[in-house]
Design a protein around this ligand. Structure first.
Ligand code: SF4
Ligand code: SF4
Length: 719
């Protein structure tokens, strides 16, 4: 990956008393080192990618502490890594994006939680829920309950988050329960500061090796019959131990308020939004002081019944603010109060929206409803006015702008995957529509216009497996698409192995762009090495696709016995179209794999931009390819746009006053990927596209030639 985390790595090394400034996720990363973590692993994904990315780049520093870092092949392997803490007093942390990553890790998590851990085990998950999320809206909370994992949801304040990381390890050791810390998108990116402590070198580490393996202990295996004992241990010992730890160290925060006859119970991660909502009702100030008592749950599982009792006893009503569905905390609290024979009315989802992110605007109406019932003296007019003003502003904007078109995300400019979908459109025009099993990754952007391609997405690397029930029923062959990231994450085993073993007649397209681009362009097994990247830059091939020297995917497939495989440069639309048609119609009855090769343009641009800047600074010659549209030739039918969707291929008013249709135009930002030309050729579009080579710092003979050419043009086309 080309992004450098130099500044973040410096922050990780801060010592006692220094002030750390930065984002929540980096504070968590620093807290791991302050807690004496011995090993770190994970699989990247928003919003927690930075944790692993920075740790991987900080390897040299981590080596000095004896901390091991592993970029795992998927979340299951990351969860299994925590097995080190079952026998040994090693603190370990892994990270991934939830809920999808937790689903992948579920088997290993169950098998970890059953025997329990002696070294603190912490799983930092990005709770990718709400506005901006990119996955299914489900809660990690369910996993914590079913597998008996302590679940932290810290109030998004850097010092508090750091404190919770330190306690999560200690609680895990005190209770033998692995701990999970869920971080919402906003918590990961909240900025702030805290006073750092020295990083702690772990007692056992890559520098202080374990002398002998642990003795054999059947109780440490997740295997019957001891699993029956584990189940009892979870309930009889581990949960009570965790509850005792939470109470003793006051992990959940109790903020007093002057209106002590009511109270609010809130997940720590929702604290900031609730404070802002209370402010609109005049029940809190800008600094977070609330008139209503608050119980802030930094640990949302297990709950501590005595703590709930103490908070709720004597109150006329309490309300629980719990994001997502179902309302586990609210039900737990209601049950705990019932068992304690406390009759305090409990509100929550009866007043709040059942689903969706709890933004301030979602919380205010619920608070208004609560206040109407239980706080009759509060003036609710300002909050109602605030909501009405928001609605009026939206209505005004809608009236002024009219109905705005949806703006879904799309491929980057020059993305190597866009041409594949142009080719797929053209191939389907010949062979007829095919069922497309889509997958997770940048290629899923083709589900949006202008491609609108894909029938299902069943998980990361699952496309080939997901067509297994469809292809035998379908007259025409199906197409499964996955990225190289998905191939290594899961697709190789769940899809390829199964299809080869069963002799399935299927077509698989693997996007070999060199990285797990959708998660932040992290390196994978098939990433081209630095030498090949440097060679591709040094030979001046600025607009060429980097030919991947790394053949790991191809060799793996060959080794598994694959008989039909084609490698095609993605920017060669016509070749890709022909290959797709061949795969759909070939008499070969078996798995057919097309390797679509073209380096991720985002990563490529990150690499070549500084290189070009350096060349220009030295006054050296730089050639840049640009595409353009001859506005006099463009017919205005926009077939090129429907086949590409590149953001720099757009429309402008027709300069000809006698023609009304806008013409196509290529705007600044075109990276000269060549797709415009390739599409025009493959689809036999109108001949309006031209390719230009823009030369900066030209050689003397190029200047001479350019001068002669312009004089010639001026002579045949006088002004
Ligand atoms: S990150 Fe790379 S692969 Fe993904 S859309 Fe952008 S250029 Fe394409
Ligand atoms: S050549 Fe066409 S598709 Fe490629 S970046 Fe330029 S405008 Fe976009």
């Amino acid at each position: 990956m080309e992004v450098q985390f130099t500044e973040q790595i410096e922050q990780l090394q801060l010592g006692d008393g220094a002030t750390f400034h930065g984002e929540g996720i980096m504070a968590i990363t620093k807290a791991l080192l302050q807690s004496g973590v011995a090993y770190v692993g994970g699989y990247q994904g928003a919003p927690v990618s930075h944790l692993l990315d920075v740790m991987v780049q900080a390897k040299t520093y981590l080596d000095t502490l004896g901390v091991h870092v592993e970029a795992c092949s998927n979340e299951a392997s990351a969860a299994a890594m925590l097995g080190a803490s079952i026998h040994y007093p090693l603190r370990g942390a892994v990270t991934w994006k939830s809920i999808v990553g937790t689903n992948v890790a579920a088997d290993a998590l169950s098998n970890l939680a059953s025997p329990g851990v002696v070294g603190g085990a912490l799983i930092v998950v990005g709770e990718d829920y709400g506005e901006g999320a990119s996955v299914i809206q489900e809660r990690t909370h369910a996993y914590a309950m079913k597998s008996t994992l302590a679940l932290f949801d810290p109030r998004p304040d850097l010092a508090n988050m750091v404190r919770m990381v330190e306690h999560a390890f200690a609680l895990s050791e005190a209770s033998n329960m692995p701990a999970v810390m869920e971080l919402r998108i906003r918590a990961c990116h909240v900025r702030g500061h805290f006073i750092a402590k020295d990083n702690r070198a772990p007692k056992l580490s890559t520098r202080a090796l374990i002398e002998e393996p642990a003795g054999f202990d059947y109780m440490r295996l997740a295997h019957p019959p001891v699993t029956f004992r584990h189940e009892k241990l979870k309930i009889e010992q581990r949960i009570p131990a965790a509850q005792a730890y939470i109470a003793e160290h006051r992990l959940n925060e109790h903020f007093d308020g002057r209106r002590s006859d009511v109270g609010l119970v809130v997940q720590g991660g929702l604290f900031n939004a609730l404070q802002r909502a209370l402010q609109t009702l005049g029940l809190a100030d800008a600094f977070g002081a609330s008139e209503l008592p608050l119980l802030v749950l930094n640990v949302t599982y297990p709950l501590v019944p005595a703590e709930l009792r103490d908070f709720c006893a004597g109150k006329r009503a309490v309300m629980v603010f719990e994001e997502g569905y179902p309302e586990y905390i609210e039900k737990d609290l209601a049950l705990a109060l019932r068992r304690l024979d406390l009759q305090t009315p409990v509100h929550g989802k009866d007043l709040l929206p059942a689903a969706g992110e709890y933004t301030v605007e979602a919380l205010v109406p619920a608070l208004l409803a609560f206040a109407e019932k239980h706080l009759p003296d509060v003036d609710l007019a300002p909050a109602r006015a605030w909501l009405a003003a928001n609605a009026a502003r939206r209505a005004d904007v809608a009236k002024a702008l009219g109905a705005l078109p949806a703006r879904p995300p799309g491929f980057c400019i020059g993305c190597p995957e866009r041409p594949v979908f142009s080719a797929l459109k053209l191939a389907q025009a010949k062979v007829g529509p095919v069922h497309v099993a889509a997958d997770i990754g940048c290629h899923a952007l083709a589900t949006f216009e202008p491609f609108s391609s894909g029938h299902s997405i069943l998980g990361y690397g699952m496309s080939l497996a997901s067509r297994a029930g469809v292809s035998p029923m379908m007259q025409r062959r199906t197409l499964a698409i996955m990225g190289d990231g998905g191939f290594w994450h899961n697709g190789l085993l769940t899809g390829v192995q199964s299809a080869l073993f069963s002799g399935d007649d299927a077509v698989l397209m693997i996007m070999k762009n060199g990285y797990t681009s959708a998660t932040g362009t992290q390196d994978i097994l098939s990433t081209p090495d630095d030498e090949s990247k440097a060679a591709a830059v040094a030979d001046g091939s600025l607009h060429q696709s980097l030919a991947h020297k790394n053949q790991t995917i191809e060799d793996t497939l060959k080794g598994m016995g694959l008989k039909w495989m084609r490698t095609v440069n993605t920017y060669d639309v016509d070749a890709m179209r022909r290959t797709l048609q061949e795969a759909f119609t070939s008499p070969f009855n078996g798995l057919k794999v097309i390797i679509a090769e073209g380096e991720c343009q985002l990563e490529r641009q990150r690499r070549i931009k500084p290189w070009i800047a350096a060349l220009l600074k030295r006054g050296e010659r730089v050639e840049r390819v640009k595409y353009g549209v001859d506005e006099d030739v463009c017919t205005g039918d926009h077939a090129c746009i429907r086949l590409s969707g590149c953001p720099t291929l757009t429309l402008k008013d027709n300069p000809d006053p006698l023609r009304v249709d806008p013409v196509a135009t290529v705007i600044e930002g075109c990276v000269g990927c060549g797709l415009c030309g390739a599409n025009a050729h493959a689809a036999t579009l109108c001949p309006s596209f031209y390719r230009a080579e823009v030369i900066r710092n030209p050689k003397w003979h190029e200047r001479l030639l350019a001068g002669l050419r312009s004089r010639m043009v001026a002579w045949v086309q006088p002004a």
